[in-house]
Design a protein around this ligand. Sequence first.
Ligand SMILES: Cc1cc2nc3c(=O)[nH]c(=O)nc-3n(C[C@H](O)[C@H](O)[C@H](O)COP(=O)(O)OP(=O)(O)OC[C@H]3O[C@@H](n4cnc5c(N)ncnc54)[C@H](O)[C@@H]3O)c2cc1C
Length: 392
Amino acid sequence: MAENIIHLVLARTSDAPEGVKGISVFLVPKFNVKPDGNLSDRNDVTCLSIEKKLGVKGSPTAVLQFGEKDGAIGYLVGEENNGLQIMFEMMNHARFAVGIQGLSISERAFQQAVHYANDRVQGIPIDSQKGDPIIHHPDVLRMLSVMKSEIEAMRAFSIYGGFTMDMANHLDNSDIYWQERSSLLVPIIKGWLTERSLEITSQAIQIHGGMGFIEETGIAQHFRDARILPIYEGTTAIQANDLVFRKTIRDQGKSVRLLLNEIQVEMDTLSTEENSIVSKSAKTMINALSTTENVINHFLSTSNDQKRSAVSGVNYLMMLGYVCGGWMMVISGSKASEEISNSKNPSNFMKAKLVSADIYITHLLPKINSLAETIIQGDESVLAMKPEWLSN
Ligand SMILES: Cc1cc2nc3c(=O)[nH]c(=O)nc-3n(C[C@H](O)[C@H](O)[C@H](O)COP(=O)(O)OP(=O)(O)OC[C@H]3O[C@@H](n4cnc5c(N)ncnc54)[C@H](O)[C@@H]3O)c2cc1C
């Protein structure tokens, strides 16, 4: 579909140092380019096959072969052996962008589920009329409301994450505060938003009942498409390793505690607000922060055993995701409650926002308690399992 295709390829020069220190980035065109910019002969790069995939079928994933005949021509990008550094720069943005894919697909699945639930009639919902659609069944309302609440938290958190990246990239480079903050948040945004998109797109299928399993409705595609998100640009475990080892243990918990302290200051203020939903939610968040602090202490006190840290990394990442989501939702709830009290005719948007904050704190934030217990009590139990016993 295009005149030429360029591939960004990680490769080594013949005398490169061993390991990741010897990786360079090359730009490899499908057609070689003459000095005047016109295309010349075909470069030695061929597409061997297009993969058959579970989802994202609109995006072809190819097996490429380089240099099988005469050797492919590649143009060095940046400095030789600096490929890893370049890749990390690109990956930070790409990881954030994949997190946004998790948010977007969740929102799309949610919208479709709301539409279906407003249309489908099945049974007579409690306290409703014959012919009322399934959205009036309390359990369907629960699924949709919890999805909405979590998506709002994910969206607000990703906007904050984007803001920290802008601050880190566009302020004076000496501003280490924003660099540390954005680099702390990227693995959480990537990991939490994409893992949760699996559950949210699955719930969207559930709301469709049997029709959710039938291709005609199109809802199953979101579930399939979402499945790649916690895998590419580094699996959730790779994000968790980054978060635990580089961003928590290496600085002895400094950046993560700085974040938690800032949340604490905001929650202390909001816990005295007049609106009971806001003050109650802020108090619940204060307890959540103390639970998170216990988990950080656990990581730091067991950091001499890397296996223990690694085995709990994904649970820690998810826990921080839920906590940051709670932070966003309490602030959103407080802004909504302010708008509601200042308005004679408050909008449904604001009323829903306040309820959504309450739903987040009561249905999603409690998950951190089980995650914390698993991290503190359950790390050694997994490590007691011998890999060879799994094959018996
Ligand atoms: C559709 C699609 C598109 C892709 N697009 C691109 C692309 O454009 N560019 C590109 O460079 N790559 C691309 N990839 C590759 C993708 O980034 C990798 O598949 C992904 O990062 C996982 O690596 P892997 O497949 O080697 O899995 P593995 O690393 O083999 O992982 C297997 C399992 O082991 C775990 N594991 C591995 N190492 C560790 C560790 N150190 N700690 C804990 N657990 C670990 C993983 O979490 C996973 O559960 C694409 C892949 C797919 C499927």
